[in-house]
Ligand binder design. Sequence first.
Ligand code: SOE
Length: 382
Amino acid sequence: VTDPIRVGLVGYGFMGVAHSHAWRTAPRMLPTALNPALTAICGRSGGVEAVARQQGWHSVERSWEALIERDDIDLVDICSPGDTHAEIAIRALDAGKHVLCEKPLANTLEEAEAMVEAATRAHRRGVRSMVGFNYRRVPALIVARRLVGDDTLGRLRHVRVQYLQDWGEDPDLPLVWRFQRERAGSGALGDLGAHVLDLAEHLTGQSIKALTALTHTFINRRPAPVIGGCHHTAERLVDVDDAAQVIGFFDEDVTFSLEVSRFATGHKNALRIEINGSRGSVCFDLERLNELLFYDHSEPGWRAGYRTILVTERDHPYIVHWWPPGHTLGYEHTFVHQAADFLTAIARGAPAEPSFADGLRVQRLLAAAEASAAEPSTISVT
Ligand code: SOE
């Protein structure tokens, strides 16, 4: 493995910026074993130049094909819309580049399967891949997983997840790629649901066995996006969901419920999880990322109640590399942890997690939810 390891980033939107920050910060704060060099950033339009300058990238490419052909790129980081993931990831892995790919892994099950095959081929040659479920690296959620794993919560009963945002409520918002099935695969279900489906299985160590789903689109037409400075007056059809609900159950008699929405006014980025077990519960909300609520059901009733664990102690995951207790972490730290862990896996020749196979698993759940929503079996109540 070359050190520094030369990174090529595809995409320069909000997620590209979050990843740029992570590559810069990871080796300065965490033991990464390898130093990433911000070698090239790639984007199709001119805006990429300004992001390159601001974020410290050494060069700019205008096509991902050219980026992958470069000999001075060792790792390709994919932060572009979902319809590009499979082609870029497969080409990069086959060219011997390590790949970090944003979630959801792909837009279809077939694409995700082909990506896992490419990752398996590449793995045999020492080439690593990882999917960007960054919330697995929130310290409070790692503590939640530990409390499930060591049986503190006892026998699990309910896993309840939500991912609520409200930016969709603006009717003037143009039909950006996230509202286009061809580009994004699905709407809130794939974008937000992918995170919480992954977490539901990762935190419990159990698999969702069956599910039923409903999806809904509240605003069916949106203004056409502004392309090259030209404003089009025509409206375009929204062909993805704005919100979705799923109910189901896990292997071991545990019930599951999910709600995701871009129309939950008041909620900006509320990824919430509650797990109830026979001996206790945990509860988490990303808008209070440093806190984990824990309920111990063995406490005498008169003084029992949820208590807040402030997950900023030196013996909490990752914290030793950051600040003293109580000096809280934020959203960006999850990406820094992700980058550091990926570099460590590459340096050690160890498998990186979450793997493309984990991404495929989520894709199966998303496909099942879409299939169920396409044949709704709701019963009218008169
Ligand atoms: C959607 O608004 C979004 O940006 C997701 O795509 C990200 O995965 C999530 O981290 C924040 O919300």
